[in-house]
Design a protein around this ligand. Sequence first.
Ligand code: TNX
Length: 539
Amino acid sequence: MTADPRDLMPAVLSLKAGLGRLDLSRGLGIVPGPGCEAPAELLRTWLAADLPATVVQAQLASGEGVPVLRLGLEAGLVLPSPPGAPEEARREAYRLDLGPGGGSLVAGWVEGLFRGAACLRQLVLSAVSAPGEGLPAIAACRIEDSPRFPWRGLMLDTARNFFEPAFIERLLDLAALHRLNVFHWHLTDDQAWRLDLPGLPELARLGGRRLDRRYNVERWKTGSYSAADVGRIVAYAAARGITVVPEVETPGHVVALLSSHPELSCAAAMAGPGASVQFSPEDRYGIFEDILCAGNDEVFALLDKVFEGLCALFPGPWVHVGGDEAPKARWRECPRCAKRREALGLGPDEAGLESLQAWFMGRVGSLLAARGKRMLGWDEILDAGVPGAGSMAIPADALVMSWRGYEGGAAGARRGHGVVMCPQTKACYLDHKQADRPGEAGQLGVCTLRDSWSFEPVPPGLGPEEEARILGGQANLWSEQLYSESVVEYMAFPRLCALAEAFWRPRARGDYQAFLARLEVHKARLDRLGVNYRKALSD
Ligand code: TNX
């Protein structure tokens, strides 16, 4: 069939129809200009996967008459961009011209070429999706496109359930198809430590397996990622223009870490020298009171070793260090934490304990800064991190991930931090049910497709300078209930399509019915890729 560029997902910023169509029945040659090899290689990979084998063979055999797409980088190219979009987002702008002879994909930066390549892939997938309906072709067009936000993320929790590297690669491909550009990899939690770091084998050996007692059956859920796995996944993401942000939780959500390093708990400090305390990865879900001891310098020594390993594996600029849901019950009782508080001049009250967390996160942040990385944390990192509080504050350049609603994001922006919005209610938590119906898969709340599509990342009430600190949004796949790869896909799609659009489109969001109509077409692309999306679009 002839693919219609009006059906792209997310919708593009500007689209003009051209004359004729690009016939794909003999394939499409990809000719990269200088600096365009990576997106050219990606396009070749995608075309080889998506075009029918007969087309690929025809292209190989003929050589002549095959339409050609030229890729080019043009420094200083000016393309339209949504109002208020920051400079960083403009790096992803591109122009895609398609017509009977092939066409061109040009951008000012290579990032833009990756996003243009994703558009072309969607059109190719549509062209081949209904083989009975004529030749595979794309209606001639000129697309000029650019995102509103520079951070368009997807988080996968690989701690509660383990996912094979090949499945992570599949998700990265799907993220790239929707022009997302950040993969936030949640690697550790109470239930598991999934990162097998060179020099620290005990972390994954003791922390990377947990008992799963669901349905009264005891079975071990084991799995961790080796340095080689991480290297492959990071390279796979980079080949799609996606940055990987690793997350190591501190000071809470660490029971799996304590199972290999019980000496870093407050329980060890309270038990006294020589006494032994033990932990094993949690088989329950929730919030647990055993967190890292704030009074023990060995905690920071171990974290620094972990960061050394992380920095060697993850080239991106950010490391997520958690900071969420850290109950203060142990810190309140722990003699070592009391000493630390006294040394810092903090009282034994709640405010003192909160400040102790701000100090803890500040110290973690400075370990990362010493390694040239920027810290990123859940919005609890703001709870006591008052600006100007010296050692009791998180680094000024820390990024805040706002999950408990919009307030954390608004506060972070007011205090000068960059902010990523992923409010749990009601837009970005893809572990929540897609409909309020008995038997619907998911946990905790309900987040409908329309909720996700309606998401506005900028919290209300911000001035223009504060608004500019909202870097974008993120979809979060918490995996407590994600027992299998197909369940992950069911929870992610189609809400991820809606969120990708919410992170990309200009503020004037358009029309939900039009989105649903485009989604009907997009479903054929997802079918072609074998994605197990939720079929019913009604809530
Ligand atoms: C809250 S979001 C959590 C996670 C859970 C999630 C379930 C955040 C920083 N913490 O530990 O998996 O809710 O929706």
